[in-house]
Ligand binder design. Structure first.
Ligand SMILES: [Zn+2]
Length: 417
């Protein structure tokens, strides 16, 4: 019986969203929180994009150091050989890749303007897979972009060619959120049965069905005899109406009627990290969490109407499907209303020592010498310049603990190539 794996794509689909973005340190923190939560893989960025190189390399170093472990870090590139070459030139240590190419006739005629045929698309993808294998990529997923508007027979042909040439998974992209749970179930099942590769479900919310489609697609893949991989983003942030929300997918997979009795997550997920992760992503993206967001919205456990309040006071199960503590909620938060010492891009050493001492729980925190303290403060200043908002405690602690990695992540000068 196949299992369900989560591949979070916040650091790829989330950050390519119009009007939104994350600093490289914020992307790193997202990887760290996803790892703490037990998510299988983070699609951590774009290996052919030059300003990502040092961030990607630094995060791979964190993986080697055991800081980002056991999470897998996967890059997203176009399924063309040139992108694979550039990837291994800029980020030689990368091990996991998803290679993406549009497969629908709409894109063949509307985007490639007839310059690429269906055969050319398969040929490009196959060549990209071959080159990635030559470079030593450990896992390769191939993405059928606009898969939901692609003829199923051709999609199977595409998947079979990927499999024959050594790809490990096929990503079925409902790029425009066009599927519904019934159509994606049958497509995912047909792909699993006829291609013989695990199926990734990449769903968007243009019709409000991203989470439902992800669950139905996963069921289809597993019923077809394969593992399912669901793509999510934190708070559902993604192109246009967004992607399948990570927390909602986890709740749906584990709490919805009868589902988890038959279909199980492959990894042990620590849902109690959900609150912290959702709040951090909201702060970093500068996008508030909707009040009615599943699990992490301000109203997710609020009751006002007489019948509901009375019922929940007698037994929370009367009007709550799961408990707030499962999501890591319920701890009191203190807001400083008196004197506050902050650190930032124009901060000095005395304030910085105070702040880092408070965070690390040791006011007499020891730096080797004042030069070391100055060096860490300088990194904090640069991190603040990049984020343009106060760093959260975990970010400051990260810089304090891993200054040389932070230096790499924060280096944004155009590379020479
Ligand atoms: Zn997408």
């Amino acid at each position: 019986m196949g299992k369900i794996y989560i591949i979070d794509v916040t650091n790829r689909d989330g950050v390519q969203t119009a009007k939104l973005g994350l600093s490289k340190l914020e992307k790193t923190m997202i990887n760290i929180y996803l790892n703490e939560m037990g998510v299988f893989q983070s699609e951590f960025g774009f290996p052919t994009t030059h300003h990502e190189s040092l961030y990607l390399q630094a995060n791979l170093e964190l993986a080697q150091m055991g800081v980002l472990k056991p999470i897998r870090l996967g890059g997203w590139i176009r399924a063309i050989p040139q992108d694979v070459d550039t990837t291994f030139k800029l980020v030689p240590g990368i091990k996991h890749l998803n290679l993406s190419i549009s497969t629908s006739d709409q894109m063949i005629y509307g985007k490639f303007l007839g310059k690429k045929s269906r055969e050319d698309i398969i040929a490009d993808m196959v060549e990209a897979v071959r080159v990635a294998k030559q470079y030593g990529a450990e896992t390769i997923g191939v993405n059928a972009e606009d898969g939901s508007r692609t003829d199923l027979g051709y999609l199977i042909k595409f998947g079979l060619a990927a499999r024959e040439n050594g790809a490990h998974r096929m990503r079925y992209c409902d790029t425009l959120g066009y599927d519904n749970p019934f159509t994606i179930y049958s497509t995912a099942k047909a792909l699993a049965e006829n291609v013989g590769l695990p199926v990734e479900l990449h769903c968007h919310g243009d019709l409000g069905m991203a989470v439902a489609n992800s669950i139905a697609g996963a069921k289809g893949a597993i019923d077809g005899g394969q593992d399912a991989y669901i793509n999510t983003t934190v708070n559902g942030i993604g192109e246009r109406a967004g992607n399948a929300d990570l927390v909602a997918v986890l709740l749906a997979a584990t709490k919805s009627k009868g589902f988890c009795q038959e279909y199980q997550l492959a990894n042990r997920i620590d849902l109690s990290k959900a609150w912290k992760l959702a709040r951090f992503a909201s702060y970093a993206f500068k996008v508030p969490i909707p009040i009615n967001q599943p699990g992490v919205g301000a109203n997710a456990f609020a009751h006002a109407s007489g019948i509901h309040a009375d019922g929940v006071l007698k037994d929370s199960c009367n009007y709550e499907l799961y408990d707030f503590t499962e999501l890591g909620r319920g701890e009191a938060e203190t807001v400083e209303t008196g004197r506050e010492i902050c650190t930032g891009e124009y901060g000095g050493i005395s304030g910085f020592r105070h702040v880092i001492g408070r965070i690390m729980g040791d006011m007499a925190i020891a730096f080797r010498d004042s030069k070391e303290a100055e060096e860490v403060l300088e990194l904090v200043r640069y991190a603040n310049v990049e984020a343009q908002k106060p760093l959260v405690e975990d970010e400051l602690a990260f810089i304090y603990k891993y200054p040389s990695i932070a230096r790499k992540i924060l280096t944004l000068k155009p590379l020479e190539y």
